[in-house]
Design a protein around this ligand. Sequence first.
Ligand code: PHE
Length: 539
Amino acid sequence: MSKREHWSGRILFILAAAGSAIGLGNLWKFPYISWANGGGLFVLLYIFFIILLGLPIMISEIAMGKATGTGPAGAFRALGGQKTPFRFVGYLGVATALLLLSYYSVVAGWSLEYTAKAIGGEFESIPPAKLEQLAQSEAGIQALQTKALKQEIAFATDSQKEEILRDSGLLQANLRDDEMQILFRNSAEKIPALLLEKGKADEWGTIFLNKVQSSEDFVAWRQEALKPLHSDTMFADFLSDKTKLITWHSVIMLITILIVAGGIKGGIENAMKIFMPLLFIIIIFLTINSLLLDKEQEGLRFLLWGDPSRFSAKSIVEALGHAFFSLSLGMGVMITYGSYMGRGNHAVKDSIWIVSADTFVSISATLMIFPIIFVYGMQPTSGGAGILFTALPLELVKFPGKSLFVFIFYILVFIAAITSAISLIEVVVTYLIDEKKMKRYHAALSAGIFIYLLGIPSALWISGFFTRLDFLVSNILLPFGGLLIAIFAGWVAEQKAIENEFHAKGIPAWTFAVYRFVLRIITPVLFAAVFGHLLLSAG
Ligand code: PHE
């Protein structure tokens, strides 16, 4: 093993593993699936799975890699015997990596499209022709009316508000004075919502819009009012542009191949040192900005309490699957990275760092996106899959750098995605090097081209192929890979190698017993419960 490359230090291993974990899963996917599954309970369950399953399996993977110094396939053989059936988990991991990266690369390409849009200044104002088109559209008229309604009602006196409610037949006779007061106090939000609900928004919207129309700053007002809709349609238009989607997918795969062909030190580490800290700083800054923006704290409330009506049996499986997806677990990425680990590293402590950093970024990402959706009254379409791209530019262009700021943000999204893509392809490349004795650049090139071709259907059929493949990979393949790793590490593997990782300062001895109990008993039972429940509720 003496010829094997090693990370140049403890921190760099943590950075690289965190770089794999932190990616589109945190910035793009977590906010969007939390939104689609109604926040609240979903988020709580996700954190529960992260701690109970994610952390122990992370420790197992890293310890297995470190102890054996080989990629997944070899690690299973080294710890379970040459003929162990678990060596197939290694092959399953390679197959999962191929599938996952094929569509991951497509989404990573979206970030490049958005950096390109930022360079073109597309977020600063709506071009005149587009503005007219939006203003005439049904959704556009509704957006204008709603904004006029909110604004006028906010300025109205109590007796005017009462009149609006009475004229619309919405004033309940039995409303007490204090109830009336509450209604009036929150009227800017409540009354438009009431009018919308009762189908009266159109009438009043037209009246108010006419009033606004005669004011002198109407041109600017209309620009502002239509920006959220513009942002939505921009994203939808992009998704229907197949040539662009495939072009960006090619660019991403090309960059991934080039970096991985450069090897561990030359490629991955250099990218990590600069960009990870920058990503953290910018996310924290934007999260604070969004929370301050959202005076009613609707975004935060949605994250905490949410909308239980959007939660279903499938949500439980999605929370579980995403715990694996987000931590890069269940297919041997962490075994692979662990195999390049130096002696100074420590599987248990490093895992705690990686898991905490990853969860922190996921939660921050939702807190930076949700408030914008509420404050701008956006209506995310198709489950909200685009909220990372539709919501943020609205706020980003407000900072002094305008387009520059949008550009920096999506470059960071791109880098977060690339560092994860690298870890995915590295599973395949390490396999080809270790098992098939290929040269690194040769392995990177052949894996890359194969994955590129595999990704084309995902770029062509986002709502059909892509979402199904993602469901298969995230919610079935990764969790079952993780379950098998847990069973292997808990029951089959030689325990000494793993137990050694628990002999360290600050880690009490009993934690190993808890860890093993979770792997041996809790994990299988929990899986049986979750997937049994899904099957029952589906059938
Ligand atoms: N964890 C990565 C993310 O959150 C995705 C990934 C999954 C990477 C599995 C490697 C393995 O974006």
